[in-house]
Design a protein around this ligand. Structure first.
Ligand code: BJW
Ligand code: ZN
Length: 241
């Protein structure tokens, strides 16, 4: 848990920020009951990323990959945004120049009401056609396996960025803009291992922003950031308001 004086300073910095950028990861949704990827109860303890979260895995066994996504969609559908997601919506409302970058695919930020955001790893409630590339919302649980495109009948895939795939150009451009413009970057609940998001703290530091991390534990970025607050996102983020 952070010292009270740290929180006081941070609250003031947040209130005075000219341009605020926030990067979130699975830790913020852990407080809603969505499993993280790494750590003791993380998804990668039970499932191998190479078998499920790569384009090669989908090519090899699309049925297995869709079964995994159906299981996750079923689980996420029962979860709701928590006070940390809600506090971020309020920060967006208060700060004129604001951008939220989330690695989360669960859709809990938009569900809470965030509008200025990039979901850089995609969204589990969207599907993309492997033939014509059309992206559409799909809230079916379960999705009938194997789903096909109504337009061209090719196989649909989850609209998710898997390992080895590039992030969308438009998202990368928008994130870069937000990171270079901000005077305060808040990094919440990410292990800071997966690129390119793992490099975002350095970009913001490079342009002179104050960088603050909120996490249950230290990360590879902890030595680089200006302040590292240890605790649960749902407890700490609302204290910034
Ligand atoms: C709490 C908490 C609470 C818990 N309160 N905190 C440069 C160097 C080396 C490798 C690469 C590189 N550039 C690219 C790569 C390859 C790869 C990569 O980074 N690999 C690393 C593993 C080394 N990156 C890519 O492939 C990316 N593409 C790309 O860069 O394209 C160009 C390129 C390709 C290949 C080579 C070179 C360039 C794409 C990455 C896509 C990531 N996709 C995933 C899975 C999608 C599947 C799905 O969700 O359906 O996205 S991986 C998984 O990790 C998921 C997450 O978004 C992502 C990040 O995880 P996150 O959010 O940090 O979660 P955890 O579980 O790791 O951590 C949770 C944290 O919360 C912990 O710290 C806890 O302590 C904390 N916590 N409870 C506060 N209550
Ligand atoms: Zn199609």
């Amino acid at each position: 848990m952070a010292a009270g004086s740290d929180l006081g300073i941070l609250k003031e910095k947040v209130a005075k920020a000219r341009s605020l950028t926030i990067l979130t990861g699975a830790g913020i949704s852990a407080d809603s009951g969505v499993p993280t990827f790494r750590g003791a109860d993380g998804l990668w303890r039970t499932f191998r990323a190479e078998d499920l979260a790569t384009p090669e895995a989908f090519e090899r066994d699309p049925r297995l990959v869709w079964e995994w996504y159906n299981w996750r969609r079923e689980l996420i559908a029962t979860k709701n945004p928590n006070p940390a997601h809600e506090a971020i919506v309020e920060l967006e409302r208060r700060c004129q120049e604001f951008w939220l970058i989330t690695q989360n695919v669960d859709g809990l930020h938009p569900a809470a009401g965030s509008t200025k955001l990039s979901e850089i790893h995609g969204n589990i409630w969207k599907v993309r056609c492997t033939g014509c590339g059309v992206i559409s919302e799909n809230l079916e649980i379960p999705i009938p396996i194997l789903p096909t495109c109504q337009l061209c009948h090719a196989l649909l895939r989850p609209h998710i960025v898997w390992f080895g795939e590039s992030l969308r150009e438009e998202d990368l451009r928008r994130c870069d803009e937000a990171l270079r413009a901000c005077d305060l970057l808040l990094i919440i609940g990410t292990s800071g291992i997966v690129y390119p998001a793992a490099g975002f703290a350095s970009v913001a530091k490079h342009v002179g922003a104050l960088v603050i991390e909120i996490n249950l534990e230290s990360t590879p970025q902890s030595d680089l950031v200006d302040l590292s607050l240890q605790g649960r996102a749902k407890d700490l983020v609302p204290l910034l308001l």
